[in-house]
Design a protein around this ligand. Structure first.
Ligand code: SF4
Length: 291
């Protein structure tokens, strides 16, 4: 089979050093011993050696390791009937947060369209479990779109995370091609609702974009503007890297200078924190704006 996604040689700035140092092994053990999942592993994130090895941090992926959607850029496994959520998982995430001494925990999930609340109750249970054992830890949740069900979003918000993140991922034109079960406008509406919560409570609303899927510069600017108009305060922009030849084709590498340009444009739009670079992912350096 021809590997469509390997036809273009990866530029120097995307090469990462593999180092399984002691910190890496500590995080690995903490995750494995508690039967947890991380998006770092499931999504084959290129930053895993830095985040685990240098910062001893990970992004926990709750609600199992099988997703009910099939976004074509994503490495997470798909299933129509994933396993029933594990009621002990929130407690074990809390234990891992304490064990790693995290001051900023990022929690995300697979999409669970099979559950009546889309998994919102499990999210809020996880926030509460972390608060119980580590009250000073900042909690960032990166949520799915909950199919536009406002009650699900509100259930998560009422557990009072510090940051509510939901990734738009790509521009309006390409969205239906790579996120068939999602909807660009629905994602913006979720972010607008979260922004109302943020205005009332001081909570932060965040989103992220990938580039390289065939969008043009102006489309990225429009997506950034849409996010800003929805009330997002933080934004991340990173290079799409296809997990395999079977995933959406990567059409172009952006250079570090182009990422700087996009980051500058986002800053001018009024985002209060922007992280834009080839290896940036939505949870990359998530603690930095609070340091
Ligand atoms: S950027 Fe996020 S997903 Fe990637 S390794 Fe770091 S914490 Fe994990």
């Amino acid at each position: 089979m021809i590997d469509r996604n390997r036809a273009v040689r990866r530029p120097e700035w995307l090469k990462v050093r593999w180092t399984r140092n002691e910190n890496f092994q500590t995080v690995d053990r903490m995750v494995r011993d508690r039967g947890l999942h991380t998006v770092c592993q499931e999504a084959r994130c290129p930053n895993i050696y830095e985040c685990w090895g240098q910062h001893r941090t990970a992004t926990f992926m709750i609600l199992g390791d099988e997703c009910t959607r099939h976004c074509t850029y994503c490495a997470v496994a798909t299933s129509r009937r994933p396993e029933t959520p594990d009621p002990g998982e929130p407690r074990r995430v809390g234990e891992a947060v304490v064990g790693l001494g995290l001051r900023h925990a990022v929690i995300t999930s697979v999409d669970r369209d099979d559950l009546p609340d889309g998994g919102a109750g499990h999210f809020s249970g996880t926030i509460q479990a972390i608060r119980q054992v580590s009250p000073r830890c900042r909690i960032e949740v990166l949520v799915p779109d909950f199919n536009g069900v406002t009650a699900s979003l509100q259930a998560v918000l009422s557990a009072a995370p510090d940051v509510l993140a939901h990734n738009l991922e790509t521009v309006r034109r390409i969205f239906p091609r790579v996120r068939a079960k999602g909807d660009y406008q629905r994602s913006l509406e979720l972010l607008s609702q979260a922004a109302e919560w943020g205005n009332r409570t001081g909570g932060i609303v965040k989103s992220g974009l990938m580039v390289g899927l065939g969008e043009d510069y102006q489309e990225v600017i429009e997506a950034l503007r849409d996010l800003r108009e929805a009330g997002c305060q933080f934004v991340t922009i990173g290079q799409y890297l296809p997990p395999s030849a079977l995933h959406a084709v990567m059409l172009r590498y952006y250079s570090p200078e182009e990422f700087n340009d996009l980051g500058d444009a986002a800053c001018r739009m009024g985002f209060s924190f922007v992280e834009s670079g080839p290896l940036v992912r939505s949870s990359y350096h998530a603690h930095v704006p609070f340091s």
